[in-house]
Ligand binder design. Sequence first.
Ligand code: CDP
Length: 784
Amino acid sequence: MIHKTSPEVGGMGHSIKRKEDLRFIQGKGNYVDDVQLPGMVYGQMVRSPYAHARIKSVNTEKARTLPGVLAVITGADLAKANLAWMPTLSYDKQMVLATGKVLFQSQEVAFVVAEDRYTAADAAELVEVEYEELPVLVDPNKALDPGAPLLREDREQKDNHIFHWEVGDRQGTDQVFQKAAVKAKVHAFFPRCHPAPLETCGCVADFNRATGKLTIYMTSQAPHAHRTVFALVGGIPEQNIRVISPDIGGGFGNKVPVYPGYVCAIVASLTLGLPVKWIESRSENLQSTGFARDYHMTAEIASDRDGKMQALRVKTLADHGAFNAAAQPTKFPAGLFSICTGSYELPAAFCEVDGVYTNKAPGGIAYRCSFRVTEAAYLIERVVDVLAQELQMDPAELRRKNFIPAASFPYKSPLGWTYDSGNYEAAMKLALDKIGYAELRKEQLEKRKTGELMGIGISSFTEIVGAGPAHTFDILGIKMFDSCEIRIHPTGKAIARMGTKSQGQGHETTYAQIVAQELGIPASDVTVEEGDTDTAPYGLGTYASRSTPTSGAATAIAARKIRDKAKKIAAYLLECSENDLEWEPGKFYVKGVPSKAKTIQEIAFAAYTNIPPGLEAGLEAVDYYDPPNLTFPFGTYVCVVDIDKGTGEVKVRRFVAVDDCGNIINPMIVEGQIHGGLTEGMAIAFMQQIDYDESGNVQGGSFMDYLLPTAVETPHWETGKTCTPSPHHPLGAKGVGESPNVGSPAAFVNAVVDALSHLGVRHIDMPITPWKVWNVLKEKGVTG
Ligand code: CDP
């Protein structure tokens, strides 16, 4: 049962203001680049101008002799220490600094360390690298051609194929397709895009020769896992490594991988015995760190003539760039892409994915996404609309007809997931009512008569977030549980530490609310700390909306352990049996005698001053929570667009987002998460793509070409919610952070295609720029 707490206590459901904002709005945040240490020096990367080239020589002489330069590290230097290559999160390996050849433009070739940033930048220009250009592979569709250039000469396997992965019943699905009355097919490319967090990646590595301790301040979404990787790869005893993630200005998956810059700064600090700071520029971030998506997907869906879906078949080519550095749990080379059956009862399904290398930056990170769920949600929501077109059926009606019924949960999908809970029809109904769907359809009919272009797009997505459970999920073998440790001080105030790490999601507030909910200690009396491996309990970090499902649950359980002990102390203080006690947030009282009570603050004081005989002093607990299942948030988004026939410009007139993330901890923070994610989803749909020319030159490597939405482009978001608690999460909560980014691209694209569907348009790939739309209109003879 979720007790109601007072606004002063601020447990679940209260929109209390974000504690962390007090320092952020005063400009008092503490980001990696704010870290200043005595004697600190600066690192600068030398990067490759070519996408594929053999390195004939690297001459560091001129750079080394520039006054102020302390060291120039090359791939050859790292090779001597067996550090020229490092493992990726997907059991591939990646060059730290290039040896032999470079495989993508902006690849790291040398690392210059100098007394100040300007000298480091000047010296980097003086490093002379002689390259011999090699044929470049940009198009993943050509990666497996017999004549394709071999990119990874280091591998035993002499082609550009990384993996083939399949799930589902191939034969059974094919059989359904053979007999199906209606089939619809779409080829949808989810373009390579980039999280582009406000703060780029960086670190300060500080090796203390006197103590042997290496402290690394870094932009890390997973500080504990990174420490373990540094210990295993670098051979440094783990207790001598301390990773501190200070405030992080947005992560979105970009700060999950280990980048060469971190390794080089560590090596430089170990060598020089000085703190070394390395901070990426914006272009370095866009050109060389974890990209997202880049999935070339084909989906086919079969149904009967009434629109009852029968089977889904999906084939995907995944462009992983030069190294397979995708951040995926070990068993899932294509992440959780097999959630692609979405919100629909599909009796048969088959899905296969092939990953290939190309001459592009590595990545495949889960940008505000639970390991490829964004690609999956986009694909199914697109192909459902194409089926609606094929059947000439209203897309809302088609969805309603095929939703997994609310009574069917827990629902086992044909691709192996057990959805915990859902009520898809309720979410869609609310969204359609809010936007006035029936009226909009009438308006669209009228507009078509006068040649005006207006479209309505629906996306009824299902998410899959909260990895673990540990029996199925690990990264590099480390199981995906997460943790919380709570200590109650004698005066009844508390500190709670977690294995996750906020990058702007408001954890300092929401975790405090969970403690407040469970113990009745006001959220304002609870300090939340994350990101310091010397103090926080071990955990796998924050990405893939896993914090609430894992550490959020651990916080509730740790608090309940404390409550159990508090009950013993209360019974002692009230001279009664534990069985005679009732709990309400903040106090234990004797059943039927509410005035005979002990508050949690009084109990905390007694835990240090008046300890019951036979009981340990203190009031604290830790919990390592291994979730029994993932959580499956969902929602329906509806978008209305108007298209300018003359320019091809798409204007989002209205956007209604109804989300269901189970029980909510802080409604205001959830609302903020939705607004942010929708804005990112809109940018992906209309504005952003990291593209490459045929020589492998990255297009979109600066904010001149890779467009970020501002308030000017961002429409007004209208939100709503339904609440279907998770049956297995201790608070009934599901994750929410990424839902809007996962669910919205299909709503935008469906709206644009809907506006043009009467012209015979079935699909337009993102980003849907005015130029692209104008060309479609021209082709259809709508514009001159
Ligand atoms: O892992 P990450 O923090 O990115 O995602 P999340 O677990 O979805 O949480 C994002 C923010 O929303 C956190 O501050 C959560 O505590 C909050 N949240 C909430 O208040 N209620 C929920 N049911 C889910 C998340």
